[in-house]
Write a protein that binds this ligand. Structure first.
Ligand code: DC
Length: 221
């Protein structure tokens, strides 16, 4: 493989982005960046500091001053490992609120551009192919039927600690609310880029999705 690519993977929760992006990054020896974890970490830190989540200026202040580090599947903010703490239903809701604030997005998007500008990155989120890297080499948009996304999220090990025993129906309601928030916000709403390859993963195994993505990537080299 020649030049290091920028690979953007977007889509709603439970579409398989994380698992697929991690596997693709591992196969290419690229860096994997989970941008949702950044919104989650900022929301977690703002709550910890007692900053109201609708106070845009102060939450943006948290986003720009906090030290966020992502490495080997762990995420820390201001030195605190929040890898597990950010996967609770409370942070799910808080992150969706924070993600609606334009000034917070501005700060995190700048940070994400910095992390990906040299290429060699698989970046996963909602607006990577549309806003963060509109000229990404490969743009993938993963989607799946809502019931399937809720089922996956309910059995997701990372969320299992707090969602223990969560009924799929309850997860479906919460997930639908967050998706509606992500899709309807005025800044960078969740949407497929015009030039993204849309893959419906409802009936596909992870291996099959990874293969489809790898095929597109090989064509770019
Ligand atoms: O992917 P996730 O569930 O960890 O994302 C957490 C929240 O952040 C979710 O409400 C979507 C939002 N988000 C975003 O607006 N833009 C991104 N690039 C990534 C996540």
């Amino acid at each position: 493989m020649t030049k290091p690519l920028i690979i953007a993977i977007d889509g709603p929760s439970g579409a398989g982005k994380g698992t697929v992006a991690r596997e693709v990054a591992a196969r290419l020896s690229y860096r994997y960046v989970d941008t949702g974890a950044m919104y989650r970490a900022v929301a977690w830190r703002a709550q910890q500091l007692g900053v109201p989540l609708d106070d845009e200026a102060r939450v943006a202040g948290v986003a720009s001053t906090a030290q966020v580090a992502m490495d080997a599947g762990r995420i820390t903010i201001d030195g605190v490992d929040v890898t597990r703490a950010i996967r609770t239903p409370d942070v799910d809701r808080a992150a969706a609120l924070v993600a609606r604030l334009p000034r917070v997005r501005e700060v995190l998007v700048a940070h994400q551009r910095g992390m990906g500008k040299e290429g060699g990155v698989v970046m996963e989120g909602r607006d990577i192919g549309t806003v963060v890297f509109p000229r990404a080499d490969v743009k993938i948009y993963l989607d799946a039927a809502p019931e399937e996304r809720a089922r996956r999220r309910a059995s997701d090990a990372a969320h299992a600690v707090s969602d223990q025993g969560a009924a799929v129906a309850d997860v479906a309601v919460a997930l639908e609310a967050r998706d509606a928030s992500d899709r309807s916000r005025t800044v960078s709403p969740l949407a497929a880029a015009r030039d993204a390859l849309i893959i419906d993963t409802t009936q596909l195994s992870i291996g099959e999705v990874v293969e489809k993505v790898m095929t597109v990537i090989r064509e770019k080299h």
